[in-house]
Design a binder for this molecule. Structure first.
Ligand SMILES: [Zn+2]
Length: 457
């Protein structure tokens, strides 16, 4: 079996993936802070690491994939008060829309989706251990991690202490021994969520949440920790500091994977530019599978520009693949070896998609085994699993003339039937007129011995 190679942020190199236990691979990815809808930039790690987990499942008998939900955070408190609703209500609503969005993107649910607020006891236990071991201290109702007590702090981000202080825009607070020290626990006022603790009523810092949940479900040291590039510092650096110091381990995870940024038409998404597109809004324009294919069209570590043309290319590519795969049966054992090799090379999804198009060319020449391999292989990317006819007829609002004209399936079927009647009556002028009407509405007709099928352009 060809070995899986992954780019490890710890070493900045592509390495052979050697699991701690080949019969049980353990993966953790940082999940959303649930105060609002996820945007298309947040969708990238969800889709990319979903492909990673699907690939690992082909090769290992057991994979545990944990993706947490951060449901205690000051951004949540602020948003709830802005909207005049309870924090619980905001979290429940946001988790529901998050699940709808991940389903639209075709991402399988993680095996475990722990919520931070359900693991406060584990966080407090880890903080207590860090204090006992001399890595953390209590000051003024806060507990802070003392960065200078850890020898290899900064090993993931490869930053000097000065860079890190500048990068984190570290708040200089009177209760801190050193500016880079970060919060493990902080006091809550009466109107803020809080839990009783040895340090008074308060709430956890963000970083300790992931360390505690990862330890609970995956153990002290596990295989892969994943997330967006923006999490390397300070979040992942601080997770490593907490977990390694609490558990007396040199590593928290053996491989650290980070996906690149997403831009929209070459602009970084930002609040000030007003170009942050939520997955829910994008789904009004494009089907989830189109968005998924676009998100996989670049290598996960490269920047990805979700331009209108990238979305159109993704849509057209799927159209071609669906036409080639038709109604062929699904056989999970028939995954193409060349396709798998692309993914084994640090999840090279653009190469894998190119291989799908080669299979499609063979399938179009009548090679049935290529069509079967196409359907099986595409399943590893979470693509082409719909019925090809439904795919052809559904369309994406943003690219479909037909949807803009409001022509629904029934209207199209009625016109096709009228055209058939006209041809039967040898009224070819009428038949051509109907065909032109459909073409203008963005409907493409394909006549064959079995009758006429249509799809949206
Ligand atoms: Zn995290």
């Amino acid at each position: 079996m060809t070995v899986l190679r992954l780019h490890n942020t710890l070493t900045r190199k592509k390495e052979d993936f050697v699991p701690i236990d080949p019969d049980h691979v353990r993966v953790y990815a940082c999940g959303p802070t649930v105060y609002g809808r996820i945007h298309v930039g947040n969708a990238r790690p969800i889709v990319v690491f979903d492909v990673l987990v699907r690939l690992l499942r082909l090769r290992h008998s057991k994979v545990t994939y944990v993706r947490n939900i951060t449901d205690v955070d000051d951004k949540i408190n602020v948003r709830a008060s802005e909207r005049g609703i309870q924090i619980d209500e905001l979290c429940a609503e946001t988790i529901e829309t998050f699940h709808q969005d991940t389903a639209r993107l075709g991402a399988l649910a993680p095996d475990i989706e722990p919520r931070a607020t359900h693991h406060i006891a584990e966080m407090q236990a880890m903080i207590t251990t860090l204090i006992e071991k001399g890595h953390a201290y209590e000051a003024d109702g806060h507990v802070l991690f003392q960065v200078s007590t850890m020898d290899h702090y900064g090993a993931l981000s490869k930053r000097s202490m000065d860079d890190m202080i500048a990068g984190a825009r570290v708040e200089v607070a009177p209760y801190k021994r050193e500016p880079a020290d970060f919060i493990l626990w902080k006091p809550s006022s009466d109107d803020q969520p809080g839990w009783d603790s040895p340090w008074g009523r308060g709430r956890p810092g963000w970083h300790i949440e992931c360390s505690a949940m990862a330890k609970t479900y995956l153990g002290e040291v596990f295989d892969i920790h994943a997330g967006g590039l923006d999490l390397i510092f300070p979040h992942h650096e601080n997770e490593i500091a907490q977990s390694c110091c609490a558990h007396d381990q040199l590593k928290m995870a053996h491989y650290w994977l980070h996906n690149g940024f997403v831009t929209m038409n070459d602009e970084k998404m930002s609040k000030s530019l007003g170009n942050i597109i939520s997955v829910t809004d994008a789904a009004d324009q494009y089907r989830g599978e189109t968005l998924r294919a676009a998100l996989l069209s670049a290598h996960y570590r490269a920047p990805l520009d979700l331009s209108d043309s990238a979305m159109r290319d993704a849509r057209n590519g799927l159209d071609r693949l669906y036409r080639a795969v038709g109604d062929i049966v699904f056989d999970a054992d028939k995954i193409d070896a060349g396709f798998t090799d692309c993914l084994l090379d640090d999840l090279n999804t653009p190469a894998a998609i190119a291989r799908l198009h080669e299979l499609a060319r063979l399938a179009n020449k009548g090679d049935t085994s290529a069509a079967i391999a196409l359907k099986a292989s595409a399943s590893v990317l979470g693509l082409l699993q719909q019925d090809a006819e439904s795919w052809a007829k559904a369309g994406d609002a943003a690219t479909d003339v037909a949807t803009a004209d409001g022509m629904d399936d029934a209207a199209i079927d009625a016109l096709i039937e009228a055209r058939k009647q006209a041809r039967a009556n040898r009224d070819f002028a009428k038949a051509d007129e109907i065909r032109d009407q459909l073409t203008d509405a963005g409907i493409i007709l394909e006549d064959s011995a079995d009758g006429t099928v249509w799809r949206r352009r």
